[in-house]
Design a protein around this ligand. Sequence first.
Ligand code: FES
Ligand SMILES: [Fe+2]
Length: 390
Amino acid sequence: MAALPEAWADASLGRLPRGPSRVTGGCADTCGLLAFCLANRKGRQMLVTRQPVLKRFWYPVMPAAKLPAEKPVPFRLLGQDIVLFRAAGGAPAALTDRCPHRAAALSLGFLDHDLPDGPALACPYHGWAFGPDGRCRKVPQAHDPLRGMTRGARAHHAAERYGWIWVALEDPIAGIPHIPEAEDPAFRQIDEFHEEWAVSGLRFMENSFDMAHLSYVHANTFGILAEPRPAPVRIEDTPWGFIMRGEAPVANKGISQELLRDSNARTLRIIEGRWFLPFFRASRIDYPSGLTHVLCTGATPIDDRRSMMCQWVYRNDTEEDAPAEKVIAFDREVTNEDRRVLETTTWDVPLDMAEELHMPSDKPGIEMRRRFAALLAAHGETEARLPAEA
Ligand code: FES
Ligand SMILES: [Fe+2]
């Protein structure tokens, strides 16, 4: 495949030296499983809404088709209510969903087209209209509406890429993830899911790189229960996250044979999983049959407990080879298998390695914890703690 150009990212993404690993108690002592301890941070969790640096990343929030030209759409990102709308030329815009006049929700408003520099979002309460930069463009009750008005609505970064709307609440420190296959004419894109899951972003992401869960969670679709030991993976750090490479023998049955155009009962997944800080992955899987697909998933943090699961896929085949409807049906089964288990996990994910037990195949999730800890440290943050009353 083509070399991956680096998504732009600055030094503030942070790194922690690997340093000597410290094996901590429990299973690690008794059966030799892998354990690390990042530092003496016992009892810490990472509550995403209380880590300001997470506001400085791009997140997919909805398919572009769900943001019409004539209607604002609300969204909650990292616990903050925002409103999306289309400004001049259809460009997406995002504002805090709170009017600076008397605090009404702008998402109940409408698009005011009676302005010289393109549509602005009008408040439902008194009709003040705000542009994509948050500046007040109109006060219908005033003769000289903008005189002396120094404050407007709060604006956020918004963009449209890969057919999805992306938002960064504050100035981003990394680009929107770069997906080379999206620019390759050999690939088509199939939009799959946009739905709320009761799972935190880190739990979601580590699952996407966890080779040991396939045999159990996906035993009914492609996992092989009788072969629970996954092959080791290789991880390469990148400025924006990491790339995990490995191979996984998987079962090939039912609709999967049709979608892979392979009638063998088993096949091999050759995996190049790209993780982008904080909660996005693009997992490329090459099959012996020549099929390649790239699963792109954002676990966009709605709040500490919930994520908006945004998923689409690139495939180097055609609608005749594998109808999108069947591709989605298979991935529906697979994602439901994950969801059933993931929604039982705790959402206050500890970065402290001493709080959970670990095994060698957990390495990607451990690397994620290391990178999150480094990111927080680079921005002078420590992991926010779970409030005592929760
Ligand atoms: S509250 Fe929005 S215009 Fe008055
Ligand atoms: Fe899974």
